[in-house]
Write a protein that binds this ligand. Structure first.
Ligand code: ADP
Length: 162
């Protein structure tokens, strides 16, 4: 089974990594699809996000990181993936996720969506929260790997200078 785990990953958090490690055990091959999102203005460029995910997911030998833009179902088809993996945090994720899964199923019947419920310890965690805490100088070491923490701090420093 080849699975795709799509997202913006701006930046990747321990919550994302938890989903990656758990779904890498279920799928034979896991492709982390990094969305070039034109509607959001990301903190990190697409290339930076891809590189960070590659570095922090190196221990999983069946995980590949691939950037994409456009429709998820088109990306899934081009990768010949059977399943899309999404993480479900709280009730708030549910409405949007079910809408997206059903839309994707309408667009491409062969693409199934699989949900993994978040591990309790990361249920509150999001990339947005990480960026907010970092903006105000808070400690984000519990939320992201060390390499990511350093990159976020560098970004914040850059932003302060401009
Ligand atoms: P998007 O840009 O689609 O919102 P994100 O990069 O925020 O994507 O998240 C990608 C996927 O990871 C989504 O399925 C999201 O629900 C899931 N996810 C994000 N944070 C966590 C977390 N703390 N625990 C589990 N899943 C998460």
């Amino acid at each position: 089974m080849r699975a795709i785990y799509p997202g913006s990953f701006d930046p990747i958090t321990f919550g994302h990594l938890d989903i990656i490690s758990r779904s890498a055990k279920i799928a034979d091959e896991l492709i982390v699809g990094v969305l070039k999102n034109n509607s959001k203005s990301p903190l990190f460029s697409l290339e930076e996000r891809v590189k960070m995910i590659e570095e922090v997911s190196r221990e999983f030998n069946n995980v590949k990181v691939v950037p994409f833009e456009g429709l998820l179902v088109d990306f899934a088809k081009s990768m010949q993936a059977d399943v899309v993996v999404r993480g479900l945090r709280a009730i708030t994720d549910f409405e949007y996720e079910i809408q997206m899964a059903q839309t994707n199923h309408k667009l491409a019947e062969q693409v199934e969506t699989m949900f993994l419920t978040t591990s309790l310890e990361y249920s509150y965690l999001s990339s947005t929260i990480v960026k907010e805490v970092a903006t105000f100088g808070g400690d984000i070491s519990q939320f992201v790997p060390e390499l990511v923490r350093q990159k976020v701090l560098e970004k914040m420093e850059e932003r302060r200078r401009v």
